[in-house]
Write a protein that binds this ligand. Structure first.
Ligand code: MN
Length: 235
């Protein structure tokens, strides 16, 4: 393994989304479709049951199935791995595996994304995360503005993320399936801004979708768990 792989892989062992790697459904490969962590209508009216049914049951399922199929068809020993983050990062570094990367990363991104939303969470982060947001992003209002602006300005399909990068919180975006683990960043929260995430509910009004999620659905408890993970890995 190239030495440049080592630091990032050491961060990838146990991100919270890993728990989905072995989820039920008898997956035909390393990727699994996790059940939604809430009822399908729980996020309404901000994200409708119809959107969730399609987004989780069709889009996410298709990424999982395709990623597993591509892994099964491959003879590459690097892909015979049960840690899905390893497969995503290895595929990202091999131009010949772009189709696998796109589907594997999207499978991971969606498993992470469902946990970033909650109908019943605190509307503010805990003191520890709030202090970090104050220091690095200008407070919760600063975070909300940066996150909303980034999500709205991401041209075409992609994701907005709150990440830890070299010990600092940052708001970043990625295009299409791209994701922070590939860039050595640890994700705390994400928002899917592909059109399939909001078009049924908001049509072309992406900023309204972004605002509704930030104000009502962000799962700060999940972000805090990811921050603790990030700080633990850094220590
Ligand atoms: Mn999506």
């Amino acid at each position: 393994m190239a030495t440049q792989d080592t630091p990032q892989h050491s961060q990838l062992q146990s991100t919270p989304a890993t728990q989905f790697a072995g989820a039920a459904q008898a997956p035909a490969g390393p990727f699994a479709l996790p059940p939604l962590p809430y009822e399908p209508d729980a996020l309404a009216p901000y994200v409708s049951a119809e959107t969730l049914a399609l987004h989780h049951g069709k889009h996410h399922r298709a990424y999982v199935d395709k990623a597993n199929k591509l892994v099964a068809e491959s003879n590459d020993p690097d892909l015979k791995d049960t840690v899905v983050e390893h497969i995503v990062v290895r595929a990202a570094r091999n131009p010949g595996l772009m189709e696998l990367f796109n589907n594997a990363a999207q499978a991971w991104n969606h498993s992470f994304f469902w946990q970033c939303l909650t109908p019943a969470g605190r509307k503010k982060p805990s003191a520890a995360l709030a202090r970090k947001i104050d220091a690095d992003l200008g407070g919760l209002e600063g975070f909300a503005k940066k996150f909303a602006d980034a999500a709205a300005k991401q041209f075409g399909a992609g994701w907005a993320w709150l990440v830890m990068d070299c010990g600092k919180l940052k708001v970043v975006t990625t295009g299409n399936a791209d994701m922070p683990l590939v860039h050595g960043q640890i994700p705390l929260l994400t928002l899917d801004v592909w059109e399939h995430a909001y078009y049924l509910d908001y049509q072309n009004r992406r900023p309204d979708y972004i605002k509704a999620v930030i104000q009502n659905l962000l799962n700060w408890e999940f972000a805090e768990a990811n921050l603790e993970h990030a700080l633990g890995k850094r220590a």
